[in-house]
Design a binder for this molecule. Structure first.
Ligand code: PXL
Length: 277
């Protein structure tokens, strides 16, 4: 079995089941060595809690990067998620131009910055512009439909048109991304799914839309997808494994309104491991 070393760069939201508290267990469950570079530490995520704390770790970022370079460490894959500021996008770009990245290192970018038609708290259009530079550097990008619209200047809709989604994915490819995977695509009420365009082929994996919207599902999908790709699955198989896992963890949470802040993915990690076999 392949055993890859992946670096994931995103925040630690101490409570809230998103970013590193999701990426680390899922990537480890995929059977790969998982290294982390925390962009910031927050007491909770910003999607529904009030008065969260935020410590920017940009200063540590450079020191950590330089130490790794001096130790001759490199990575088979780099996967970025929520970054606290436009400055941190520059730091990631700098990291991708360093010896930490080999010529064949896979770069996966989840431009985590919005959902349901809106930017997350604390982000602005300057951040969106900056994110385009990271898209340019990526092999695979994993925006949800909101992020895909923000990046391409299209307006957000809840029900999507097949031709519009295809056109938006082409626009993103024209920005430099080699493969575009857009989550949260709904062509009709009651179904939702993931759309993949790898330049040669387009594919859509739909499933039933569940009643409740849950936070953190983009990070679950992205982590499960990256883990599957690192286990040698092709982009389409990886997207379907990640989509099934995401659907099942939402189903596992949906009847529990007190669990509004994230999804109960941990009891289903065994299913994910089985799906990778
Ligand atoms: O990718 C979701 C996410 C990650 N990190 C933080 C967030 C969110 C979504 O709201 O606030 C801090």
């Amino acid at each position: 079995m392949d055993y890859k070393r992946v670096l994931t760069v995103q925040d630690i939201s101490c409570v809230g089941q998103c970013s590193l508290t999701v990426a680390l267990p899922i990537l480890s469950a995929s059977g790969n060595e998982t290294c982390i570079l925390p962009s910031a530490v927050l007491s909770t995520h910003t999607g529904g809690f009030n008065g969260w704390t935020f410590r920017d770790l940009s200063d540590d970022f450079l020191k950590i990067k330089n130490h790794w370079i001096s130790e001759k460490i490199d990575f088979d894959a780099v996967y970025t998620g929520y970054l606290g500021s436009a400055k941190q996008i520059d730091l990631v770009l700098d990291l991708l131009n360093s010896p930490l990245k080999k010529s064949d290192t896979l770069i996966v970018v989840d431009p985590a910055m919005g959902d349901y038609g809106k930017l997350y708290a604390g982000f602005d259009l300057g951040y969106v512009e900056k994110m385009k530079n990271l898209i340019f550097a990526a092999d695979i990008i994993l925006p949800n439909f909101t992020e895909a619209c923000l990046l391409t200047g299209n307006s957000y809709k809840e029900i999507h048109d097949i031709e519009d989604v295809s056109k938006i994915s082409e626009q993103l490819i024209s920005f430099g991304a080699k493969t575009v995977v857009i989550t949260g695509i709904s062509y009709q009420k009651g179904t939702i799914g993931v759309f993949v365009n790898d330049k040669n082929k387009e594919f859509y994996f739909p499933h039933q839309e569940l009643k409740r919207k849950c936070s953190g599902t983009g990070d679950i999908f992205a982590s499960a997808f990256v883990g599957a790709v690192l286990r040698g699955k092709d982009i389409f198989k990886a997207a379907s494994i990640a989509e099934n896992f995401t659907f099942n963890v939402i189903k596992n949470t949906v009847e529990n309104p007190a669990h509004w802040y994230g999804v109960k993915f941990e009891p289903l990690l065994g299913e994910y491991i089985e799906a990778l076999k």
